[in-house]
Design a protein around this ligand. Structure first.
Ligand SMILES: [Zn+2]
Length: 472
């Protein structure tokens, strides 16, 4: 049974009168993840964001619920909310997860928009962190409040909002250990930090990629020299780095060469990719802000979906050792550093992948160059456990009720390290991983937006899923 009509109306009003205005304030806070703001403690933005979200949550707590901002030593804080059951099996707990740390600014924001400048245009709320993942705490509590309003029972729920996700969740395992007795035994995890392939139905994430990142530095000189003097005598550090990158991927195809970074794709996931390709068609690539005439790496949409979800891929996300172009003299620079970000498929061991990347880059340096791959971290991907029939039915019914279309299943190319951790800790738990990161929403890039109607419908879907869960 979906929400009563007046409850659906109540959720709509809650979004327009309270949630969106609070998200507007939230977007103004530059609370970048600790990796991008190592001084986060001193700069105080994270605390401001925690204060804003937790004070909204406190004034919207379901009856009997408690909220605590938990802080372990110097770690980034987490918001932990404990909501007593109104039904379901005794001892059964659902976790609803999201994060409040943000990606850095990134360049290329459209005129009038900016990461810390909230702008509402039609259905969209532009700005950093609204969709990824500020809305999660609002959606979680509003879903439960909607159930309470309709007197639809739900099991005990805990809401966990972390502040380290965009840095690989390195603070989270300590909190999970610390909170374990208070979390209890999870039978369902609802994660609201994922994507959707359109805004027309409920999308459930069946897999996530992992991530190996690190800085590759190549140096042949102790200081820069006149390029007229040095070129042809000493190799340029950027040319050596090109050779080293060729060990990771094929620059003509983008195919990653290291066997340790690949896996056999399960048959069922290939079938899901085929079905998704049928539903979304060219949207797989046309959703990107392409320059005129740009083509995707292959023509086959199913292959593109598999590339994005079950195959490794390299991106270079930053560089040092280069002056800005306006200040570039004719110099053979002493060193070049690149930040490498390598997505790895689910089922690939991140430590093995990380070691393989380091070994490939550092072995036999051309010309005896000084080469290092350092500051590296590795996060595991995740492959969903088999969906319980009740959850499959609940997802579909919720999608039909609030979107008017069936639920869909798709892997995602991004990384949520916590899902792997939870899967290991709670092997019997079911997972509902979903989110609002759909076409154009551009989390991590410029012009990020939250599609407000999707966030609202998703909130109602979560309520229905929790209601069905309590009947099991
Ligand atoms: Zn996120």
């Amino acid at each position: 049974m979906p929400a009563a009509d007046n409850t659906t109306q109540w959720v709509t009003e809650k979004f327009s009168s309270s949630i969106v205005p609070t998200l507007v304030d939230y977007i103004k806070i530059p609370n970048k993840s600790p990796m991008f703001d190592p001084d986060w403690k001193k700069s105080g933005h994270m605390d401001k964001a925690v204060e804003l979200l937790s004070s909204w949550a406190k004034s919207n707590l379901p009856d009997g619920a408690t909220l605590e901002v938990v802080r372990l030593g110097d770690r980034t804080p987490v918001i932990f909310i404990d909501i007593p059951a109104t039904g379901g099996r005794a001892g059964d707990t659902v976790m609803l997860y999201g994060h409040l740390d943000k990606q850095p600014e990134m360049t290329g924001w459209r005129e009038g928009l900016g990461p810390w400048t909230p702008v509402i245009e039609g259905d969209k709320l532009f700005g950093r962190g609204g969709a990824d993942d500020g809305y999660a705490i609002f959606a979680s509590l509003t879903a439960i409040n909607a159930l309470r309003q309709d007197k639809r029972p739900h099991a005990r729920c805990v809401v966990l909002i972390e502040a380290c996700e965009e840095s690989g969740s390195y603070d989270l395992p300590a909190y999970i250990d610390h909170l374990a007795p208070r979390i209890g035994d999870l039978s369902l995890v609802v994660c609201l930090d994922s994507g959707c392939a359109n805004y027309d139905q409920l999308w459930s994430t069946t897999s996530l990629r992992g991530l190996v990142i690190g800085t590759l530095e190549v140096s042949l000189l102790t200081e820069g020299v006149h390029s007229g003097d040095g070129t042809g005598v000493i190799a340029a550090s950027e040319r050596v780095i090109r050779q080293l990158l060729d060990r990771i991927d094929d620059s003509h195809t983008g195919v990653v060469k290291l066997a340790e970074l690949s896996t056999q794709i399960p048959k069922q996931r290939v079938l899901q990719a085929e079905r998704t390709a049928q539903v979304i068609g060219d949207e797989v690539f046309s959703k990107f802000p392409l320059q005129p005439g740009v083509q995707p790496v292959v023509k086959d949409n199913t292959e593109l979906i598999l590339n994005r979800t079950w195959r490794p891929g390299l991106a270079i996300t930053g560089a040092d050792g280069w002056p800005p172009i306006s200040n570039a003299g004719n110099v053979l620079r002493p060193s070049t550093s690149l930040k490498l970000s390598i997505r790895i498929p689910p089922r690939v061991d991140p430590k093995v992948a990380q070691a393989a990347v380091k070994a490939a880059l550092e072995k036999d340096p051309p010309y005896g160059a000084k080469v290092s791959f350092s500051g590296s971290t590795a996060s595991a991907g995740w492959d969903a456990p088999e969906l319980a029939p009740w959850l499959e039915q609940a997802l579909d019914a919720a999608s039909q009720a609030h979107f008017g279309k069936p639920a869909m299943y798709m892997g995602e190319g991004g990384t949520i390290p916590f899902m792997y951790m939870l899967g290991e800790k709670f092997p019997k738990a079911q997972f509902c991983i979903t989110g609002v990161l759909g076409p154009g929403s551009n989390a991590h890039g410029p012009n990020e937006f939250l599609h407000v109607p999707t966030a609202r419908r998703l909130t109602l879907c979560v309520a229905d899923i929790l209601a069905t869960h309590a009947q099991q």
